[in-house]
Design a protein around this ligand. Structure first.
Ligand code: BTN
Length: 146
């Protein structure tokens, strides 16, 4: 085979393989959930650690809502482009903490979606009230169009 033909063959195979590789889901960027809450996730480092900010649309308190920091961890082993993760929001305007855990999926339309579950722990003044301290729920996040 001529050199030029070999080159074209290799190029075609390389481009074909690239085109077939499935889209990966990345946590970085701005997201909105089904409640209208938004979050911004900054860079994810080599260990999978990330940070960002969360602006909730709702609150279990009567306090004025303020943007709050989040700290998270992305699992990097055997994730096939759809990684699991967890993050904590330490609310600046209340005495509660929420932990989220979920997975970053690419749906059938090629859109990235974060399917999460959360636990919201509210502060209780006595141990007798511990039974009512934790709420649980799900949130689905999609990218804020840029
Ligand atoms: C609080 O009310 O003490 C802090 C705000 C909690 C907001 C919760 S966290 C789970 C759910 N998902 C959201 O986007 N907001 C609520």
């Amino acid at each position: 085979m001529e050199q030029a033909t070999v080159f074209l063959l290799v190029l075609t195979l390389a481009l074909g393989a690239h085109g077939l590789s499935p889209k990966k889901c990345s946590l970085m960027g701005e997201w909105i959930n089904d409640l209208g809450s938004t979050m911004k996730i900054l860079a994810v480092n080599g260990n999978g650690d990330f940070s960002g900010t969360y602006l909730t649309a709702v609150t279990a308190t009567t306090n004025e809502i303020k943007e709050s920091p989040l700290q998270g961890s992305l699992q990097r082993k055997n994730q096939k482009g759809q990684p699991t993760f967890g993050f904590t929001v330490n609310w600046t305007f209340s005495d509660s903490v929420t932990v989220f855990t979920g997975q970053c999926f690419v749906d059938k339309n090629g859109k990235e979606v974060l399917k999460t579950m959360w636990l919201l722990r509210s502060h209780m003044d006595s141990i007798e009230n511990d039974w009512k301290a934790t709420r649980v729920g799900i949130n689905i996040f999609t990218r804020v169009p840029s």
